[in-house]
Every structure is written in C-alpha cells, then in structure tokens.
Design a protein around this ligand. Structure first.
Ligand code: ZN
Ligand code: ZN
Length: 380
C-alpha cells in the first residue's frame, strides 16, 4: 500500500500506477523483475524480484493473495523458464497485502522459506490463527521450512482492528476495501489463497543472508510500516527498497502502528522513524541501483530521499498553518485541511496523526481528549 493519492489531475501518471506488464526483465545481474497486477490505493502493479541462484529463485514480495496474482506469478515464472517448484525462498519486505499476500501460498506450494524482518507481523498474525494455517503437501524443502518455523520466535500478535478505536479516537484503518471484498468473495476458498506467511527466518538489522548468489545486508527501515525491511548488496550496490523509497510517490506513514520493537506503551513517532530510515539508506555507501516495489529502478537514492523529506516538511508546515487557522481541532478536521476530499478517510487520518504526534513530541502542539477524541492545538 502507498499513500492516499493526493495529486492534482494535471500531473502525469505516476510510475507506480502503471499497469503490470507481462514481460520479465533483468534489472541487475541475476535479478529479474516480475510485475504482478494490483488495484489498490492508486497502484497498478507490484514488482516481484526473482533472485536467481544455482538452485532456483528467491522471490521478493510475491504480490497479493488470490487466483489472479497466482496466475500472473506462474505466467512470469514461466517466462523466466521456471515453475513454482524452482522457488526456494520468499522475502517479504513488510506487512502490507500487496507484499506478503502471496507469500504463504508460495511457501505451501514450493516449500520455500519465508524471510522477513524480526518485527514482521500482519493484522492476522499467524500467532492468532492457530490451526487455521493450511498445511498442504509441498515440495522437498517444506519439512525444512516447517522445522525452521518451529524455531521461530514471533513477536506478540497484532491487536485486532475490528471494533478497536485508534489512539486518536477515530475509525481504524482496515485492509483496503478491494482486498476485503476479494477475501469475502473467495469464501470457502479463502483459506487456500490467504495463507498466513509464517516467517522461517527473521533478519535482525545488519544481519547478512545469501540470496540469489549475493550476500545481502538486512537494513531495518521503520516508518512506512514499523516492520519494513530493505536488503542491500554492498558488492554491487543494489538496494531492494520495498516501499521505503519509491520513485514518484511518497510512501504512506501510518500513525497507528506500534513503534519498532512493539512496545505500545511508548509513544511512537513513525515520521521520525521514517526520516531516520531515509538517512540510514542514504548513508549506505555505493548504492547504484535501487529496486523499488512499485515503479522503475533508479539510481539517485539521496535525491529521491531528500524529495520525500521535503514533502513531509511541507506537510508539517501545512499542518502548523491549518492548526493556527482552526484552533483546537481533531485529527479528522486537520486531516481534511491536508488532504483532498477524495483521499479523506482512515488512511489520511492516520498519516495526519503521525505528523501531529511528530509535532507534539517536538513540543510544537499539545493535545487533550474530549469526548473520546484527541484535539490538538499549537503551543503558543
Ligand atoms: Zn506496496
Ligand atoms: Zn506498503
């Protein structure tokens, strides 16, 4: 998922909105881009990167759950001269459905191990699913994957969204409507397609792992989500960026996610986390190829990270001005000053809350709760 799109219609279409193409391209030596179709939050595709080694492929972000994605994935693998049985690893960069949704099915069908950051968790974390996990026969290697899962230490389960209020008292962002409708339509087939991606390997920050014949360094990049993972190959300067740095849209910053590390008692500042994570990747030496989860590869990581920071600083300025204009106001009221009406809703509120909390922790605004809703005002 990405930001609620908030662009004037006069601007050219964003790269991330382009429809998926069937053609498979090699974007770096031994790294193929398989584009998979998605239709959420103004995105037209997700890039699934296939890292090739002598034993087969590791897939990074194998798309949405469901038959359409699966069909596209098999088609793209076929174009690369491979089948699902050639897949022995899946990397999930973060807990959004266009990234993790297809991973569980790939694991079941291929026996591939699932690789995430240590803090990865979804809104239906496997820890809360128990016996709902579908165990179908997989290829050789499945036993090893399951054995690895046994050793897996999962973080605490994600709180249920349904019926739970946000910290600011508004409606909780839920999975995108299109995703929920699709899950409902799948009905009894849902469990076959929506297999929770139980991680086999959870990478700590700076931990290394060999995938596709390259040694990658795990780079924890909380901000877009608290569990976001980038992978960096310092030898050839390749960064698998997930949704952390996208070429032409600004990643959504969710205010409701617990802070990295999972302590919900500690007030989080996802925007500060995001800025830190942008600084972290721009400090990596020798990045020449950035492979984003949406849009095309690019090289100017520092320039793009700077532009994204400028966007958020402008948003903070807008928020200061909106707060001055409205006086004490709720998150939703302030959100309506920041976003166009078509973007109004829980996602926009969540991002506004992230910005307000950033200002509050900097001592620029204060808030109090009135009738269950947080109300913010500028500190004079
Ligand atoms: Zn995404
Ligand atoms: Zn995302």
């Amino acid at each position: 998922m990405a930001a609620p799109t908030d662009r004037p219609t006069t601007r050219p279409p964003k790269q991330e909105q382009e429809d998926a193409v069937a053609e498979v391209t090699e974007v770096a030596p031994g790294i193929l881009r398989l584009q998979l179709p998605i239709k959420i939050s103004g995105l037209g595709h997700v890039n699934c990167y296939a890292l090739e080694d002598a034993d087969g492929f590791t897939l990074v972000d194998p798309g949405m759950p469901g038959p359409a994605n699966w069909k596209a994935l098999l088609d793209r693998l076929g174009r690369a001269g491979a089948g699902i049985g050639h897949v022995h690893g899946v990397v999930v960069t973060h807990s959004h459905p266009d990234h993790f949704g297809g991973a569980g099915k790939v694991r079941v069908e291929s026996g591939a191990r699932v690789i995430t950051s240590t803090s990865f968790r979804t809104w239906f974390d496997p820890a809360t699913e128990g016996d709902d996990v579908v165990e179908e026969p997989g290829a050789a290697g499945d036993a090893a994957a399951r054995a690895a899962e046994e050793r897996d230490e999962r973080p605490p389960p994600l709180p249920k969204f349904t019926g739970r209020e946000t910290p600011w008292g508004g409606k909780h962002p839920t999975p995108p409507l299109s995703f929920r409708v699709k899950m409902k339509l799948l009905g009894p087939l849902r469990r076959r397609w929506m297999v929770p991606p139980r991680p086999s390997v959870r990478l700590a920050d700076a931990e290394t792992i060999v995938l596709g014949g390259r040694e990658w360094v795990a780079v924890h990049t909380p901000g877009h989500t608290s569990d976001h993972l980038c992978l960096y190959d310092p030898t050839e300067g390749v960064l698998l960026a997930g949704d952390h740095v996208l070429p032409t849209i600004t990643p959504h910053i969710a205010g409701h996610t617990p802070r990295a590390g999972g302590d919900e008692a500690v007030p989080g500042d996802p925007l500060a986390d995001f800025f830190d994570s942008l600084d972290k990747v721009t400090a990596l030496e020798g990045v020449t190829t950035v492979l984003p989860a949406h849009g095309h590869p690019f090289s100017d990581l520092a320039g793009r990270a700077d532009a994204i920071k400028v966007h958020h600083r402008e948003r903070l300025d807008l928020l200061r001005a909106a707060s001055d204009g409205l006086g004490e106001a709720t998150v939703e009221e302030l959100s309506h000053e920041l976003f166009r009406p078509r973007s109004w809703g829980p996602m926009a509120d969540s991002e506004t809350y992230a910005h307000l909390e950033h200002l509050r922790l900097a001592g620029e605004v204060e808030c109090r709760r009135v009738d269950g809703l947080l109300r913010y005002r500028r500190v004079s």
